[in-house]
Design a binder for this molecule. Structure first.
Ligand SMILES: [Zn+2]
Length: 386
């Protein structure tokens, strides 16, 4: 991707910690865009005096600026608006897979400024922490003063005694790893770690198609099937970091076996590997099966149709359970929505509660770099201690 010159910071990134009101005002501007002082004061229930103090601090810290005069509201009267200064802080986002590290530097609005990836030297916790530190150091040459680091990985992450712990990550072979603390110690900046699907859900909820919604569901389709949920404006974690574990939801008890050995679950139809396995032809990979399906090959088309049916069952189940404002589908297996739209719709219709409102899925195009960017959103949320 293109590199842009690093903007100069007006203030050191390690400014004084923000107060609760300052964080609230900043969050409001980040999620909902520029607003007048009067709007912010009204929404946050602040007096004019305290809002003046809050905005002064945020402006002194280089996080917010007073905007150009715009025509706003029904009266059309001009009014000054406050807006985020994207260049006010920079953040490092990291995505770990079983064999690679992906890193991205973003600004305060989660726009990517630089990207970097490399193979993991090993899966030992010490080596991975050191490698994250190395990526930080390398990217800090052009983007000094990053305020916080966020790391997404496949696995169960939960808060234990106030610390975020990777309870387990089978891809990396980890159990009970205090990854955020270890990275924070190595780098001397705030660090957070989270399940990658939940991080992506947070990214969509703050900066993507779900911005401003109180409730939404995100389904990721690809190597695995992930579900992220937002309820009451918060990403749901669950007691053990396992909320949204619907990848083994039953679709058809007579279906194929999934990698975990049971039959006919969502994963056994919808994961990229399941779509390839359905063709029972050695030497194929997901890209080649996708080409076959697009070219009209009957077996490949059927594999995608079955995958679409499973996705529809999953989406209807989530809609019935959660009644969300939005259901977003993304991930590198997103082609199923292009090849099996009718099957998805039919499965939703068949599995939706009879009184349920119709569902329209929001299909979001996906690039792998989104995972690392979602890590940066974790860092931004942590910076605002949301
Ligand atoms: Zn299964």
């Amino acid at each position: 991707m293109q590199k842009t010159p690093a903007p100069q910071l007006d203030d050191p990134p390690s400014g004084a910690p923000l107060s609760g009101l300052e964080r609230s005002a900043l969050r409001d501007l980040l999620i909902h865009g520029p607003k007048s002082r009067a709007e912010i004061a009204r929404e946050l229930g602040m007096s004019r005096a305290s809002l003046t103090r809050v905005t002064r601090t945020l402006m002194e810290q280089g996080l917010v600026a007073e905007g150009a005069v715009e025509l706003r509201g029904a009266t059309g009267r001009p009014s000054e608006v406050l807006h985020i200064r994207p260049e006010g802080r920079r953040f490092l986002g990291v995505k770990l897979t079983s064999d690679r590290l992906f890193a991205v530097v973003t600004d305060l609005t989660a726009q990517a400024l630089a990207e970097y990836d490399e193979p993991l030297a090993s899966r030992s916790v010490e080596d991975v922490v050191e490698q994250i530190g190395g990526a930080y150091d390398r990217l800090a040459v052009e983007h000094p003063g990053m305020a916080a680091v966020g790391i997404g990985l496949a696995g169960d992450v939960a808060s234990v005694g106030g610390r975020q712990i990777v309870l387990q990550s089978p891809f990396l072979g980890w159990r009970e790893v205090p990854l955020a603390d270890l990275v924070s110690e190595r780098l001397g900046v705030r660090a957070s770690a989270e399940n990658d699907v939940r991080a992506l859900t947070a990214a969509e909820h703050w900066f993507g198609i779900g911005a401003g919604y109180e409730s939404m569901v995100l389904i990721t389709v690809g190597a695995g099937i992930g579900v992220g949920m937002v309820v009451g404006g918060n990403v749901v974690t669950g007691a053990n970091g396992k909320a949204g574990s619907l990848d083994h939801l039953l679709v058809d008890g007579g279906g194929p076996r999934c990698e975990r050995g049971h039959r006919g679950c969502v994963d056994s139809y919808l994961s990229n590997a399941a779509i390839v396995a359905a063709l029972r032809t050695p030497g194929l990979d997901y890209a080649s099966v996708l080409d076959l399906a697009r070219g009209g090959d009957p077996a490949a088309r059927q594999a995608f149709r079955d995958a679409g049916h499973a996705l529809g069952v999953l989406a209807a189940t989530l809609a019935n359970a959660m009644d969300p404002e939005k259901i977003v589908v993304t991930g590198d297996g997103i082609a199923v929505t292009e090849l099996a739209g009718d099957e998805i719709d039919a499965a939703i219709a068949a599995n939706r509660h009879p009184d349920g409102a119709p569902i329209a899925l929001d299909i979001q195009p996906f690039e792998f770099a989104e995972w690392a960017r979602a890590g940066a959103v974790l860092a931004i949320r942590d910076f605002l201690r949301f």
